[in-house]
Design a binder for this molecule. Structure first.
Ligand SMILES: [Zn+2]
Length: 291
């Protein structure tokens, strides 16, 4: 399934790889209590952010494609195929054609992508950076530059050096891009052109960025993993278990939501269930996501 909308002369389209119940809410969001979950179960189920049958959080794993008059830009690249992820059965040695089929349905081939923006270097955001060719990991998007925040890459490169078995996605999906000289290292507030600007949104990872697309009044923010579940809108301080610095991630959410709430800016969230895009409105001391 894809949806497509325009902000000014730019179109934004989702490329979905997976959308399903994936994680237990209480372990995924360690600060969440059973009581608070029950208090919010009704609206979360209604938004399909919580699966009624399994009680698990429903996450979408997707890329956003941004087409400007000059460039075609892919934001994040999901999980990928043929990758060893023994700790994650639903991502381990995947071989389905969903992602490539959805890319083709959007009228795109891998050669059409000019830039791959990596909001951060987690396993479910870099997978399709590379594909397996004759036993080697090669850049999937053969003509693209892959834009990574410099401190983010330095952090994960060091982790990989210390213990490659702990971060296999860096070995198979990030370092081959660097070796192929396709990585463009930038500061996390980099301005790519007049309609694409990176916004530093640290906390979930050390140098995470979001992507502001369009011009003032006709724009969209592709959040990356600044937020995972709409319940973190209602309670911005609610951290996620893989956060680098949960306190900072909470501050980032407040800052970003405060800036964009009750404006026309379309929020494009990676992991919210379909339609994944909408507006942020104030809700008590927190924020509501309105698809
Ligand atoms: Zn993610």
């Amino acid at each position: 399934m894809t949806t497509r909308f325009a902000v000014g002369d730019i179109t934004i389209q989702r490329i979905i790889e997976q959308e399903q119940p994936l994680f237990d809410p209480l372990t995924f969001l360690p600060g969440l209590t059973q009581e608070r979950l029950e208090e919010n179960r009704g609206w979360l189920e209604q938004a399909r952010a919580l699966d009624k049958a399994t009680g698990q959080l429903v996450l979408c794993v997707q890329s956003y494609v941004v087409r400007t008059p000059h460039h075609t830009i892919l934001v994040d690249s999901c999980v990928g195929n043929h990758k060893d992820r023994p700790g994650r059965p639903f991502w381990h040695q995947k071989s389905d054609d969903t992602y490539m089929r959805n890319l083709a349905a959007a009228g795109l081939s891998v050669e059409d992508i000019d830039y791959v923006l990596c909001t951060h270097l987690h396993v479910d955001h870099v997978g399709w950076n590379t594909r397996l060719e004759n036993g080697r990991w090669v850049p999937t998007f053969s003509k693209a530059k892959y834009v990574m925040a410099d401190r983010e890459l330095a952090y994960w490169t060091q982790k990989e050096k210390d213990d490659p078995s702990g971060v296999p996605w860096i070995t198979d999906s990030v370092l081959p891009i660097v070796d192929a000289k396709r990585a463009q290292l930038v500061k996390s507030d980099f301005v790519l052109n007049e309609s694409i600007q990176l916004i530093p949104t640290p906390g979930h990872t050390i140098d995470h960025y979001s992507v502001l697309v369009g011009r003032h009044g006709r724009d969209a923010l592709i959040t990356g993993d600044m937020i995972h579940s709409p319940i973190q809108g209602r309670y911005p301080e609610l951290g996620m278990r893989a956060d680098y610095d949960s306190r900072q991630a909470g501050q980032t959410r407040r800052k970003v939501f405060d800036r964009f709430c009750d404006t026309s800016t379309v929020m494009c969230v990676v992991h919210f269930p379909s339609p994944s895009t909408g507006h942020v409105r104030r809700w008590g001391d927190g924020y509501k996501f309105v698809p």
